[in-house]
Each structure stands twice: as structure tokens, then as C-alpha cells.
Design a protein around this ligand. Sequence first.
Ligand code: ADP
Ligand code: TRP
Length: 377
Amino acid sequence: MSENINAGNPRRRDGKKVVLSGIRATGNLHLGNYFGALSKFVRMQDDYDCRYFVADLHALTTHPDPKMLHENVKDILAEYLAAGLDPEKNTIYVQSDVPEISEMYLLMNMHVGIGELMRTASFKDKARKALGISTGPSNGQEGSVENEADDEGIEKQIIGNQTNQRVNAGLLTYPTLMAVDILIHHADFVPVGKDQEQHLELTRRFARRFNSFYKTPYFGEPVNFNFGGHAVKVPGLDGSGKMGKSEGNCIYLIDDEKTLRKKVMRAVTDEGPKEPNSPVSEPINNLFTLMELVSTPDTLEHFRNAYADCSIRYGDLKKQLAEDILKITLPIRERILDIRNNDEYLSRVVRQGAERAREAASQTLREVREIMGIRKF
Ligand code: ADP
Ligand code: TRP
């Protein structure tokens, strides 16, 4: 096999480029997930051959709860559909419904070093959490693939750990599984938020390594997709940092009107500008960033001007912000409630999705086995 299959990728439907992305089944989706990932999924569905999945195997690396897993999968699925993903246009599936992924994960692991996995920033952060070590976060996965500074520290702590707490091997090999999710579809684009770019960099590295080891240009190199802009980071309501499940500062798509208004009205602010054209503090800047995502340019300009001439009233700003968020989330919430309990519909969607996903995945797996020398008698 010597031709570059990805160059004229026969797996593309109607000659469209392949888009692949997923979200872990670990809880309801918030505005960070929506603007960082899901709204991009929806915008891409008409122009690309899109495959979107619910990452339930990845959820097991940190949330192994047999009572909740299936419910969490249904939540994400309902939220995908409610946000506007059309199951006819897209391939929508559950990761564990495609067993080819698990087999290819095993094969790909033969070409991945435990050292490079241990040096991955996201692994170090999650390993620290698992061991209850709070010292120095390895700067949020946003830099290059490896963060050398505290390698030795965390590796020693993991290996020498004598407590009952464990860092499971699935967490270590998380990037292999994610690379396989992507490469098994020969994806061109992977729409994700900024915090996932490091995993994409590893995916490209594994693809190059496979190609060079087997001397065949088999895999292409997938990239993030941001409609020409840069990856967004949605801030939380607590004055600093990003909106995230573990940060406890989220507005969820499923929040009802009262809950949502209350959360926005409680957002952290400051004492207000004392003189014209004062610099904007982080909590207020975060509110403006949210407004940029949900409000009209006129509304944003109105409040920016009011800040500049000191006439701003934060109560009014928050009321407007809540109003504009609700315009986006309330229709989605209604559809979520509609779809979430329609088991028959959900199972129809994922059965069809799994069938399509397995078609592409089984072809890749067959070729990978062939390239690696696994032959049938
Ligand atoms: P969380 O951080 O809440 O656990 P996930 O890690 O499950 O969210 O993220 C799922 C998707 O949403 C990823 O593509 C991620 O980059 C994106 N995402 C999560 N939080 C944000 C945020 N605050 N801003 C932008 N994108 C985000
Ligand atoms: N790691 C991603 C996250 O935490 C989820 C994910 C798993 C994913 N496999 C993927 C995203 C493949 C894009 C492509 O959000």
C-alpha cells in the first residue's frame, strides 16, 4: 500500500472534507461547550461530511459510574440534536457502538511512548487530581505538547504512590484513544475549543510516526477549525478563568429561566468606573466577552460606551445579558426536554449513526491491520 489514501480520501461523502468531533459524556453542556464546540458543529453541517460522537469511553477515564453513564450519553445526544444537529446530514454516534475504535486503539498504542503520554499536560493535571495533589497546575494544556518543567515530579509521585488512590492506565492513554477517534475517519477538520489543541498536536505526531514506521503515507494531519478566527475561550461568571464543569461556574443549556437569571444577576463585578475611559477589570471584561457571543453589536457598544462615560449600571448590563442568553438557550432547552425522553428516537439516531461510522471505521481498521502485517489464514 503506497498511495496516500487520505489525499483522495474515498471515505468522504459527496467529495466533502471530513469533520470529526466529540464531547465526553460527563454532564450537561454549558455555554463554554456550546460556543467552543457545539455551535461550530452546527455551522459546519451543511458544508462538510460531519461525524459527531458522544465520547463515553473517554468519560470512563474519570467518571466510571455505571448508574450515570448511559444517562449522561443520552443527555449529550439530546443536546446535540436540540442545538440543531440534523441526524440525516451528519453521522451521529456513540463511541462504544463502534468496536473498531477499541481495536485500533490497541494497535496504535504499540506506537505511542509512555514517556510522551506522561509528559502530556492534561494527563499531569488529571493525574494530580486523581492523587489529590494540588501543587502547580501544568498551565492548562495550552502550550506545546510537553511541559518538561515538572515531569520528574509527577512521574515520581505516580510511580511511588503508596496510597489507595490510583492513576488509571486509561487516563494515560487518553490521547491514543482520541487520536484513533480522529484517524479512523481520516478526518480533515476537528472543531474543538482551545484546551484540546494539544491533543490534536499529538494526533498529528502519531499519524506521522505510523506513516514513517510503515513507510506509507497512510494518515493525513487533521487540524482544528474556527471559521477563520481563533479558538474561543468562554469565561465563567465568577470573575476569572474559563467556564467549566469542574469550576462550578457554568450556565447550562438546560438551565430554566429563573435559574439562569439568578446566575447572571449574581455574576461577580467591581465597584464601577470612577473616571471616564478607565481600563476594564477582568470580571467586567468577562461579561463583555459573553455579551459579544450572545448580544447584538449595538447592545455591546451601548454598554461599552456607558462604561467609558461612567453611566453604566451593572444591574442593567446583567439584565440585558440574561435576556440575550435566554434568547439562545430557551428554545434549545425546550427541544432538549422534548427529545431527552424520546428513547425510540434517540436509539434510531444512534443506530443509524453507528452503522455509518462503522462503515468508515472498519475500512480503516482493515487497512491498518494489513499495513501492520496482521493476516488471516
Ligand atoms: P469541561 O471543561 O466543562 O469539562 P469538556 O472538556 O467536556 O468541558 O469540553 C468539551 C468541548 O467543549 C471541548 O471541545 C472543549 O474545548 C470545549 N470547551 C469546554 N469549556 C470551554 C470554554 N470555557 N470555552 C471554550 N470551549 C470550551
Ligand atoms: N478530549 C475531548 C474533550 O475532552 C473529547 C474527545 C474525545 C474528542 N475524542 C475526540 C474531541 C475526538 C474531538 C475529536 O473535550
